[in-house]
Design a protein around this ligand. Structure first.
Ligand SMILES: Cc1cc2nc3c(=O)[nH]c(=O)nc-3n(C[C@H](O)[C@H](O)[C@H](O)COP(=O)(O)OP(=O)(O)OC[C@H]3O[C@@H](n4cnc5c(N)ncnc54)[C@H](O)[C@@H]3O)c2cc1C
Length: 483
């Protein structure tokens, strides 16, 4: 008899784990509360416009490749990717910098802004590459069970970088505030302020400049479809519109789950839903972490998102755009230190129809705007509308075009939606941050300490936020379950 596994949620980490478990001979069933698969990487289609609802940056292509290779495939067997050039554009108050698609061109771009910075950047990127090789090719594939996992001959040599922060390191390399912002940007994916992120994480800068920004044809959701296709070929069964309301435990061992009011028996249970929510599906005595524990943790920001359909093509913008024309320090303070709606927020926008014409009707542009905000703050229609006006006016000024009369439709998504759609703790967008004290074995564990055969995966556990870490998280937990 095959062992049966119930997986709660269908985000990247669950999909990844489902594939590894099915390959090992488990009978795997995935239960997703929403109408579609992919978790935060859902797709929204309105009036001929297609949007990725969550992740949009395809970084670290080697991690995706390694995932598909584990099953005897290449990523290109499931979807096509194209390297973007420019990788992205960064808008400042009176300037715009395009980040090209090769290191040599990026060095030149830096040198044009600050004399001598190309050499400093090269040294920085060489170190970032070496950290990438240590972290992403090795250490991150360890399950976070023991502190000893972090101790390797290579990490010991880099100990100082775990205690220094990336903000300081960047400022030692370049002085121009625009270049500082560009080098601090990649670690924002890890969910904390650059000042609170260990310098070792400069491997994100290598992911950015060294490996480049790619775009899957059909958007990030194409990756979800590829993984679902692979999972189905391995025998995984999927059920959407299936909210799990309880994980049943007897004698400290999982017995099954309740889905849409029905009890279903399983040998093992893996939850890829937000860790905090997953624990609420258990009776109190089986929960490992208290409300106080979660409340003390540094969470990645929530986001105010807008999916907008414009009835014309836009000028002066790239596929990915960062609007760094206001004070980052102040915005970060209003996210992490004194949580409130930001006074003058930085924001991000993408227009995938610039490189993938199929994602908008002919002659039109789709737009995704993202304003990072503190998790758990008040979320009302008035606030959303007020902030849309704020960013769209700035967008018009900075890019030199009017767009407010060209809006076919707009849909917003914010804290309340993160909670209702994904059962997200405080409406966080991308999980628990990777700070020094929230790294590896210091994060909530993949395996329950209180219940046998109960496991967790995803962006609140090991290794952390982001799509590539989610793929790795699924592999790590499957490894523990197989053991
Ligand atoms: C706006 C935004 C932008 C982002 N941008 C990027 C980016 O550009 N690049 C990048 O790499 N990462 C990005 N991320 C982060 C990345 O999307 C996530 O880290 C990753 O997708 C998380 O995957 P996961 O498997 O941990 O969880 P999720 O994707 O959250 O999946 C969990 C699933 O569990 C389901 N679920 C919850 N409760 C239940 C229940 N009781 N029963 C059944 N199902 C349940 C949820 O509906 C959800 O589908 C972004 C995230 C957001 C929100």
């Amino acid at each position: 008899m095959k062992k049966t596994v119930a997986i709660i949620g269908s985000g990247f980490s669950s999909l990844s784990a489902a594939c590894y478990l099915a390959k090992e001979g488990f009978e795997v069933s995935v239960f997703e509360k929403n109408e579609s698969l992919g978790g935060r990487a859902s797709q929204l289609k309105i009036k001929g416009y297609t949007f990725d609802m969550g992740p949009s940056w395809y970084w670290m292509p080697d991690v995706f490749e390694r995932f598909f290779n584990d099953f005897g495939y290449k990523a290109s067997d499931f979807y096509e990717i194209e390297k973007l050039n420019p990788a992205y554009s960064v808008f400042f108050e009176n300037d715009k910098i395009d980040i090209p698609d090769s290191l040599e061109d990026i060095y030149q771009t830096f040198e044009d802004v600050e004399e001598g910075s190309a050499r400093a950047l090269k040294l920085f990127i060489d170190d970032a590459k070496s950290n990438y090789d240590v972290a992403i090719k090795d250490v991150v594939y360890r399950p976070g069970i023991s502190p000893l996992e972090l101790v390797t001959p290579k990490t010991v040599k880099k100990l100082g970088q775990f205690f220094g922060n990336i903000s300081k390191e960047v400022r030692q390399k370049v002085k121009d505030p625009k270049l500082v912002s560009i080098l601090e940007f990649p670690v924002l994916f890890l969910g904390a302020k650059p000042k609170d992120t260990p310098a070792f994480y400069n491997f994100m800068n290598y992911a950015d400049f060294g490996l480049g920004t790619w775009q899957p044809k059909g958007g990030m959701h194409a990756v979800v479809l590829g993984m679902v296709k692979l999972a189905k070929s391995l025998g995984v069964k999927f059920q959407v519109n299936s909210s799990v309301s309880r994980i049943h435990i007897e004698n400290k061992q999982t017995k099954g789950i309740t889905v849409n009011e029905e009890f279903l028996a399983f040998d093992k249970v893996l939850s890829g839903a937000d860790y905090h929510h997953s624990e609420t599906l258990l009776d109190q005595q089986y929960r490992q972490y208290s409300e106080k524990y979660w409340d003390k943790k540094t969470f990645a920001p929530s986001s105010l998102l807008f999916y907008v359909g414009f009835d014309k093509k836009l000028k002066n913008v790239s596929h990915h755009n960062l609007f760094f024309d206001t004070d980052f320090e102040k915005h970060a303070y209003e996210i992490y230190d004194n949580p409130k709606w930001p006074t003058e927020p930085l924001f991000y926008a993408n227009f995938t129809s610039i490189t993938d014409l199929k994602t908008a009707p002919e002659g039109c542009e789709n737009a995704f705007f993202l304003v990072p905000i503190a998790p758990g703050i008040e979320d009302t229609e008035e606030l959303r509308s007020q902030y849309f006006d704020k960013i769209i006016t700035r967008f018009e000024e900075v890019t030199g075009q009017s767009v407010q009369n060209n809006i076919n439709f707009k849909k917003s998504f914010c804290v309340k939606d993160f909670v209702s759609r994904y059962n997200s703790y405080k409406g966080n967008a991308y999980g628990m941050a990777n700070t020094l004290l929230q790294t590896a074995f210091l994060r909530p564990g993949l395996r329950s300490k209180k219940v046998k055969n109960l496991f967790f995966t995803g962006q609140l556990t090991v290794p952390g936020p982001g799509v590539p870490p989610a793929l790795i998280s699924g592999k790590l937990v499957a490894g523990l379950m197989i053991d």
